[in-house]
Design a protein around this ligand. Structure first.
Ligand code: GLA
Length: 318
């Protein structure tokens, strides 16, 4: 009998993996929570897997195949693993959709044949830069006296695009380009961002005020903490992150405002629930997800984070 491997028979239970690069980060926990909502609503089994290295990604895919999953969503720990991941998924007969970080080929070009949902990185970076600039102006700062910490992670294209656009927006608002201090982080977490920002601060004692931006909330929190360590507090720091998960929300819950001024809230609902649903439909009906979906973000500060989250439908998974 000929079996069409691309769709499943009605009786076969559907099982979908959701592989993430950094399980301890609240953003990824939120993605998983929303993926669970999709699993409950659609009636499939969700397998959550943490894969912090290429080796773990490869064994995760084999593992999913061994337990008869038909597909998975993945945010890879390294986009350069692209061709290897594509080959492995194909060899194991699994449908794959990528989320957050888009796979690249050997030449560093996006692998466009794999369905991907990510944030519109340049637009969101621009929103970050513009909101920092407008708050600096509101405070009456002379932008010549402002140092801007760019907590960068340029090997990840979505990070490069976010931070480059934030820097551009600040320069367009009048910040001298030389005031943008590159602070490359070795890993994308708060500790590494803290270390990177500390070096930037030490080397640049000439500035009166500081602002900070980066790939995500963790990057900006690292910079804010480093500044606090040097006595640069709320009045002299404007940090705006990207994310809007617990890292940012906990900061807003502190009794007094900190240098973490705001965040552009993005949607773990779309990235977790919608991607899982798309893979589910793909398995069930053979309908492939769109190859490229870019989601938007909304700026939130301490004053309105809860309302913005509610508007984006993000309170369901809490
Ligand atoms: C990257 C970052 C995460 C999050 C997602 C959003 O994966 O590492 O912190 O910002 O993008 O797509």
């Amino acid at each position: 009998m000929l079996i069409n491997a691309s769709t499943v028979t009605a009786s076969e239970p559907i099982k979908i993996g959701f592989v993430v690069k950094q399980p301890e980060e609240p953003w990824f926990q939120d993605e998983w929570k929303f993926a669970e909502i999709a699993a409950k609503e659609k009636g499939f089994t969700l397998v959550k897997i943490a894969a912090q290295s290429g080796e773990k990604v490869m064994s995760a895919i084999d593992n999913l195949s061994a337990q008869k999953a038909q597909g998975f969503v993945i945010c890879t720990p390294d986009v350069k693993l692209g061709p290897g991941i594509v080959a492995k998924a194909k060899a194991d007969g699994l449908k794959m959709m990528t989320v957050d970080d888009r796979l690249v080929d050997g030449a560093g070009k996006p692998i466009e044949s794999v369905p991907y949902m990510g944030i519109s990185a340049s637009n969101i970076g621009k929103q970050v830069g513009e909101s920092i600039a407008s708050e600096a102006k509101r405070r009456g700062w002379d932008l010549k006296e402002v140092g801007a910490i760019n907590v960068s992670f340029d090997q990840l294209p979505t990070s490069h695009d976010r931070t480059a656009s934030a820097a551009e927006a600040l320069v367009a608002a009048g910040l001298p380009r030389a005031n943008v201090i590159n602070a490359p982080e070795a890993k994308t977490d708060t500790e590494n961002a803290f270390n990177a920002a500390n070096i930037a601060l030490t080397k640049n004692p000439q500035f009166k005020h500081w602002v900070a931006f980066g790939l995500n909330d963790e990057a900006v929190l690292g910079a804010v903490r480093a500044a606090e360590g040097r006595g640069i507090n709320t009045q002299n720091m404007i940090g705006v992150g990207v994310g809007g998960s617990d890292s940012a929300l906990n900061e807003f819950k502190k009794p007094a405002p900190t240098g973490f001024f705001g965040t552009v809230i993005i949607s773990p609902k779309r990235h977790g629930q919608e991607t899982s649903e798309l893979v589910y439909e793909w398995i069930k009906t053979g309908k492939e997800p769109p190859l490229l979906t870019l989601t938007s973000g909304a700026l939130a500060t301490r004053a309105d984070a809860n309302q913005v989250r509610e508007k984006l439908g993000l309170t369901a998974a809490k």
